[in-house]
Design a protein around this ligand. Structure first.
Ligand code: AMP
Ligand code: GLY
Length: 417
């Protein structure tokens, strides 16, 4: 199978890493990719937001499956353009991707499907904002309605800060605060059948101890030793299947990856958000544990045959990923710094630990930083403690001037908390 992956992050590198190990994959292409993906896939310089260009590239390459990684192309309808060109595509239509593209739309679907989520108001002016904030009280949760690359949500006890964030957005969703640990659960679906993957936990704050600003994600681990073994089944029944059924009922079937961001509250599981694509960095740890070859799974979702797929096989191993970010991320990150030590990881830590690239590119022969999140160092081990040790040993070998990473990814879970 010839596969084309669209995107440029560590998630796409993780997808390409798995696909390159799949015996069914005969050729692997990526657009636009990064310096790490270049080692496993042929790169093409195509604008990922340009559906016509992506469809043309897929046609020219004879691609038999296109996988659209990030949300922006999905919301822009890139999967539709590829599908119209007659090529199977893993990723929802632009309309279905509104489940991620508009938080207000997601709330509407959840209400119709009876899916448990935080109570919320959609507000478009300062009076409505003030009223909603007052109704829920602190801590305040204010969400930009549209796509914001993981930076649209403010959770704060400061009423003025909550109002300021709302004032900077055109339309906001203000909702009740959900306490309790967060879980990311991904499901692959063809619009009818839903196949859950293994749960993971992401670390959204920039600094150790969950301090500092929200980011796209600073690390992740899987499995979750503290979670109820019935969690996946419960979320399937209360969240994933009803949502997929409701999307189909509306005439906008959702196929691809449905990402449920969940809070495990004292009153039960609640949806924090939906995404319409694999999460980053959770994908790095989930795919590290998936034993079933990936291409056939994604193709079955793309062509509507998931019902025929054998149950997924999972490794007993634990996986941890630690993100190395540029100096000043998530503010305005510094880019163009050389990265060294990657060869040492390949020589000393592989295959148990490996580096997935996010914002990197070649400057001549040197790999340099090219974005906020630069690398995602991933490791597997017999348990989270071993996976952590391996991941951090590899992180220590990577040198990037001014870089930042959290030192406590999976620490609490590894010690049984
Ligand atoms: P989102 O972009 O919706 O995933 O929100 C980003 C982060 O903000 C989440 O991972 C949570 O940590 C936090 N958050 C979002 N909604 C809520 C909520 N209703 N209560 C508490 N925290 C929330
Ligand atoms: N891990 C958060 C996200 O992918 O949105």
């Amino acid at each position: 199978m010839k596969v084309l992956v669209i995107g440029t992050g560590a998630r796409e590198h993780a997808l390409c890493h798995s696909l390159s190990n799949d015996p069914d994959v005969t050729a692997l292409h990526c657009a636009p990719g990064n310096a790490g993906i270049a080692e496993v896939a042929e790169l093409h310089q195509v604008d990922p937001l340009d559906g016509a260009a992506v469809a043309a590239l897929a046609t020219e390459l004879g691609a038999e499956l296109v996988v659209v990684g990030p949300e922006a192309p999905l919301v822009a309808g890139v999967a539709d353009a590829v599908r119209e060109a007659g090529i199977p595509v893993f990723g929802p239509s632009g309309e279905a991707a509104q489940l991620e593209g508009s938080k207000a739309f997601a709330k509407e679907v959840m209400a119709a499907a009876g899916v448990p989520t935080a109570r919320s108001y959609v507000c478009t002016n300062p009076e409505e904002v003030a009223e909603a904030l007052d109704a829920f009280g602190a801590p305040y949760v204010v969400k930009d309605d549209g796509l914001a690359a993981g930076k649209g949500v403010v959770v704060t006890d400061d009423l003025d800060a909550a109002k300021a964030h709302a004032g900077a957005c055109e339309r906001v969703v203000i909702e009740e605060f959900l306490d309790g640990p967060e879980v990311s659960l991904f499901a692959i679906t063809d619009g009818v059948t839903v196949v859950p993957l293994q749960p993971a936990q992401d670390f959204k704050r920039a600094l150790d101890g969950d301090e500092g600003p929200n980011t796209g994600g600073m690390g992740a681990y899987s499995p979750l030793p503290w979670a109820d073994p019935k969690l996946v089944e419960e979320v399937m029944q209360t969240v994933l299947q009803p949502t997929v059924d409701e999307m189909r009922r509306r005439g906008t079937p959702f196929s691809g990856l449905l990402y449920a961001g969940l809070a495990i509250t004292s009153r039960g599981v609640r949806v924090i958000e939906f995404n319409a694509r694999f999460g980053d960095p959770e994908t790095q740890v989930v795919l590290a544990r998936l034993k079933t070859p990936l291409a056939g799974v994604l193709l079955a979702a793309a062509d509507g045959t998931l019902d025929d797929l054998a149950p997924l096989r999972w490794s007993e191993d634990a996986a941890v990923t630690v993100v190395i970010a540029s100096h000043n991320y998530p503010g305005t990150p510094r880019t163009g710094d050389p990265i060294t030590g990657l060869d040492e990881v390949a020589a000393q830590d592989a295959p148990h630990a490996y580096v997935l690239h996010a914002g990197t590119k070649y400057d001549g022969d040197t790999v340099v930083s090219a974005g906020g999140r630069v690398l995602s160092v991933t490791a597997i081990g017999a348990d989270l403690t071993q996976a952590r040790e391996r991941a951090y040993a590899a992180v220590a070998r990577v040198r990037l001037d001014g870089s930042e990473h959290r030192t406590d990814i999976a620490a609490k879970a590894a010690s049984g908390e």
